[in-house]
Design a protein around this ligand. Structure first.
Ligand code: ZN
Length: 536
């Protein structure tokens, strides 16, 4: 009798999806349909908008431990390419992959499908036709769509070869998959709150809550998604609705005051992640290796002490031949790069560090590791400027910085924060916040509190009125060129307040995510007095 009432309620509450249509419906009312692995608890904390029209008193609590989750084994299978995975989710942490539900094991090519939370707190939906990994079959949302500690309804819908992701009923991503079909001979276990092996061959346990996980073997339309009695709030993000310190100055005086406040705030945000040590407490202790004759310059492999006690970094230091003092350039690599790569003409950097060194600049090119927050490298970037400023071969009034990709981001940070730098080349990075979020980018730029502070393009206004070149390729897959143009228009307007409109230049060029140099070399030469050039 009770069941009948529930069925009627279900039909009433959930439109066209009848109870029997779901392959799995984990309601987590103090029990699970699948087998509990590790520790899965129940919380009297349900979707906070009145439930789903059924009795809904509990949700499931997942502890984020490697073995935890609800295991439905190998028998429950989705056999058609039309299917829907829904869940209410409330995360306790971000920054790592976490499985909402998946039938996926990349060991032995047993990939079927997976609905994941991404490290950037977006969602990802994978479907494989044959157990292998197909990059064109993954669907990624922008990051930051999900905040920790809030309930969301999420849905992944596969319809034929189309994948869609919805958050609170709003479609946030859609793609047509390259490879059609779905793998049905897999030996992966269908799991809720975990996955057999995903992204580097490990389980990806969820740390947080799930409720009403429903898997339906057809493409459910949004009007038939699990409904709450009260509607879910509109999903927002990833761009903040408003900023804490937007650039709104209309006079040079106000713009200068904003720069000082913004620089102070940026320092605080980085300090919150890693305190800055003085070079007295933690010495730079530069050590030069054996000199290598490079024709126009001498190259020294060097090491120096980083901001954290005991931490040392390697770098290349190049000294032009002849009589100094010389201008100097700090040359910065991007993701996965190194000091060596910025000298390599075959790399995306087109050997720009070598160009500067041959063009009469003392060059320092460090190798820095990837970190969860790229901007925490700021304290070590200050040390690089310290090294250049202290060299007898360098004119300390003529030091600049340039970098590509994450090196462009580091360039923005150090040029914004260290006024000893007199010129900057931000290559393949300048963009509006909306633009950065419009495609997938590594979330390492999202220092906590930073995205909320100001549009990221406005950080470059801290470089004003010093000369800066922004390089943006028309085919840069990381930073859509229309967004870089919008960003530059705002930067140029800000530079004009400093009577320095001409000091900010945007080099938009046909190319991909790469260093260009056509405008940046002559502009840096003009600012610092060297003779670097795009080519021989
Ligand atoms: Zn990164």
């Amino acid at each position: 009798m009770m069941r009948l009432i529930l069925m009627c309620l279900t039909l009433f509450a959930c439109g066209a999806v009848a109870w029997g249509e779901s392959l799995i419906w984990e309601r987590f009312e103090n029990r699970t349909e699948g087998t509990v692995r590790g520790r899965v608890g129940f919380a009297a904390d349900v979707v906070g908008y009145g439930g789903i029209g059924l009795e809904n008193e509990y949700s499931a609590l997942f502890d984020g431990q490697a073995n935890s989750g609800v295991d439905h084994g190998t028998a429950k299978k989705i056999a058609s390419t039309d299917f829907t995975v829904e869940a209410f989710v409330k995360l306790s942490r971000g920054w790592v992959y976490q499985a909402i539900a998946a039938d996926w094991n990349e060991q032995g090519n047993n990939r079927c499908w997976a609905l994941m939370v991404t490290p950037g707190r977006g969602l990802r939906f994978d479907v494989s036709p044959d157990g292998a990994f197909h990059p064109g079959n993954r669907l990624l949302t922008p990051p930051r769509l999900i905040q920790c500690g809030k309930w969301y309804h999420v849905a992944a819908v596969s319809q034929g070869d189309t994948s869609r992701i919805y958050i609170n009923g709003r479609k946030v991503a859609e793609t047509t998959r390259d490879a059609e079909g779905i793998f049905i001979d897999d030996t992966a276990h269908l799991k809720i709150g975990n996955v057999d092996a995903y992204a580097t061959s490990r389980p990806k346990p969820l740390f947080g809550q799930l409720d009403e996980v429903r898997i339906t073997c057809r493409a459910v339309s949004p009007s038939d998604f699990l409904q709450t009695e009260e509607p879910m709030p509109a999903a927002t993000g990833p761009t903040p609705d408003s900023y804490a310190m937007p650039f709104a100055a209309t006079t040079k005086q106000a713009a200068t005051a904003w720069q000082q406040q913004a620089r102070k705030r940026l320092f605080e945000l980085v300090e919150a992640q890693e305190p800055r040590r003085s070079t007295r407490d933690v010495p730079i202790d530069l050590k030069l290796g054996p000199a290598e004759d490079r024709g126009e310059y001498t190259l020294y492999p060097v090491t120096f002490g980083g901001n954290k006690p005991g931490e040392r970094y390697s770098a290349r230091l190049c000294i032009p031949k002849g009589d100094g003092p010389f201008p100097a350039m700090l040359c910065l690599h991007g993701h996965g790069g190194s000091a060596e790569e910025v000298f390599d003409p075959a790399e995306c950097y087109h050997g720009f560090a070598d160009r500067f060194a041959r063009g009469g600049y003392v060059v320092l090119a460090p190798s820095f590791p990837h970190r969860p927050y790229a901007s925490v490298t700021l304290w070590n970037l200050f040390r690089c400027v310290d090294i250049l400023a202290s060299r007898p071969e360098v004119d300390p009034q003529r030091i600049g910085v340039g970098g590509l990709s994450m090196g462009g981001e580091w360039t923005m940070w150090i040029a914004a924060c260290d006024t000893r730098l007199k010129a900057a080349v931000v290559s393949g990075w300048m963009c509006t916040t909306e633009g950065v979020f419009s495609v997938y980018n590594c979330p390492c730029w999202e220092l906590p509190g930073f995205v909320e502070l100001m549009d990221v393009c406005e950080v470059n206004l801290l470089i004003a009125p010093r000369p800066v070149v922004f390089e943006s390729a028309t085919l840069d897959g990381c930073f859509p060129v229309n967004h870089t143009k919008q960003g530059f228009a705002r930067i140029r307007a800000g530079y004009k307040l400093f009577d320095a409109g001409a000091a900010a230049v945007h080099d938009v060029f046909p190319g991909v995510h790469e260093w260009h140099g056509k405008v940046s070399f002559p502009r840096v030469n003009q600012a610092l007095g060297g003779h670097a050039a795009k080519s021989n």
